[in-house]
Design a protein around this ligand. Structure first.
Ligand code: ADP
Length: 210
């Protein structure tokens, strides 16, 4: 079987500021059969930091900045191809659940060549102080250096506002579901799942597999 994207793969996208719970929700969804969670930050964090690419990631992320687009998309696509080739991810029957990618409109355009995004879940948390609180907590628990300093936290939140949020307009209101990310994780996952199971595309696609 080839690992190339012969047609555009179905995907759901989680969009939200750092600390909005994309990773938590992505992991939950990814534990359900036919959903494959793909967290771009985890791909970067799994890089050997002794390599040039690993060093680049550390340099950008420690400042709260995005890794350049070409590099990001190349690495991301190679990883998705790998998963497909090793049959962990089954492109003909699995939904990709994207978390942390795309992070700007240029990336969204690049991934549109490979993927068909069927719904964008905007995990909305207008309370920036709450986001910063969650990030500080995560810095201690998960040893996330990029969440440890106040200036980096603020930089990550403003990068989100300036570069990532415009992605909502790229996909348009018809594809975007607003989710209140301040609710309990169980309520957030319930809102996401009830949206997905009512999508006409979901019903057609899930009939393809067993
Ligand atoms: P969070 O879940 O807090 O939003 P991530 O774990 O997704 O953070 O990402 C951590 C860091 O990895 C980002 O700050 C950025 O430097 C880099 N990164 C992750 N995804 C991308 C992407 N799609 N484009 C550019 N940089 C990225």
């Amino acid at each position: 079987m080839t690992a190339t994207f012969v047609e555009r793969r179905p995907a759901f996208l989680f969009l939200g500021a750092p600390g909005s719970g994309k990773g938590t929700q992505g992991k939950i969804l990814g534990s359900i059969p036919r959903f494959f969670h793909c967290a771009c930050g985890d791909i970067f964090r799994s890089l050997d930091t002794r390599t040039e690419l690993g060093q680049k990631f550390v340099a950008y992320s420690s400042r709260g900045e995005l890794v350049p687009d070409e590099l990001t998309i190349q690495l991301w696509k190679a990883q998705v191809d790998n998963w497909a080739e090793s049959h962990v991810y089954k492109p003909d029957i699995d939904f990709l659940v994207l978390d942390g990618i795309p992070r700007n409109v240029a990336q969204a355009r690049m991934i549109d060549d490979f993927l068909e995004v069927h719904q964008v879940f905007h995990l909305s948390c207008p309370n920036r102080a709450e986001l910063a609180r969650r990030m500080r907590k995560r810095a201690l628990k998960d040893n996330r250096l990029d969440d440890a300093s106040e200036s980096v936290i603020q930089n990550r939140i403003s990068t989100y506002e300036a570069e990532t949020k415009p992605i909502l307009d790229h996909y348009g209101p018809g594809l975007v579901t607003e989710i209140d990310a301040t609710r309990q994780p169980v309520e957030v996952v319930a809102a996401i799942l009830s949206t997905i199971i009512h999508l006409p595309f979901y019903k057609t696609f899930t009939r393809l597999g067993v």
